[in-house]
Design a protein around this ligand. Structure first.
Ligand SMILES: [Zn+2]
Length: 233
């Protein structure tokens, strides 16, 4: 059972809070840059001392400050912000008015209604667009392998793009709607393939390949750029 805590340090003249995750299988203390957190995190063995974690951060202070400075800035959902939608940059435009709707027209995500609701409305809209894109893909791909999807859930997930429960429920990270369609297609194929193989065996990867032509490139994309999707909102 991982216990989450954090350490606070003064680095380069400013206070920095670094969350800690303890892992049963961690052999040593490691520092990671996590774009979804907009900062660093520490992974350490269950019984390692917090003082040792602090010492590790101090030891890598220059490296850490350098990497933190290079983290891409966060992009809030606000009027004028550019965000990717299905892998294509779109501009958010606020349209004052009474109707609280969102529509995607000519490369713009137009958000009607009051400004104070804009951010939440964009998030809700992206989540519903994600569900609208993902659900039929799940059904179609499951049919191909003679399985049935019991339920598709789209939600916020901090560290995963998707998951497949033993009950046949498939869950997906709503941020996938920001990624190119080919990447979304791969993640759906991956989770649907788990309905056949609840592991990552060669047979599993063969099933994924049957379900999407985008496996290799999408895995590369997620490894290289996936974390960037956490910058938005
Ligand atoms: Zn998997």
């Amino acid at each position: 059972m991982p216990v989450t805590r954090e350490i606070c340090l003064n680095l380069g003249g400013r206070p920095i809070t670094v969350p800690i995750r303890r892992h049963r299988r961690a052999r040593q203390i490691t520092i990671h840059i996590d774009a979804s957190l907009g900062g660093a995190k520490i992974i350490m063995p269950l019984y390692a001392a917090l003082a040792d974690a602090k010492a590790a951060v101090r030891e890598h202070e220059d490296w850490l400050l350098d990497r933190l400075a290079k983290l891409p800035p966060r992009v809030s959902f606000a009027d004028g912000a550019i965000i990717p939608f299905r892998g294509v940059d779109h501009r958010i435009r606020h349209v004052p008015g009474v109707r609280g709707v969102v529509e995607c027209v000519d490369g713009e995500i137009r958000v009607f209604g009051r400004a104070e609701h804009l951010s939440r409305r964009v998030t809700d809209w992206l989540k519903s667009e994600a569900a609208r894109a993902i659900s039929p893909l799940c059904v179609g791909k499951a049919e191909k392998i003679g399985r049935r999807v019991r339920r598709v859930i789209v939600r916020s997930q901090r560290s995963r793009w998707g998951s497949c429960g033993a009950n046949g429920h498939l869950s997906f990270n709503w941020r996938l709607i920001l990624a190119p369609d080919s990447v979304l297609d791969y993640v759906v194929a991956h989770e649907v393939a788990h309905l056949l193989e609840m592991n990552h065996s060669p047979a599993f990867w063969r099933a994924v390949q049957r379900l999407t032509p985008h496996m290799e490139r999408s895995r590369e994309w997620l490894n290289g750029k996936g974390q960037q999707l956490y910058r938005y909102g």
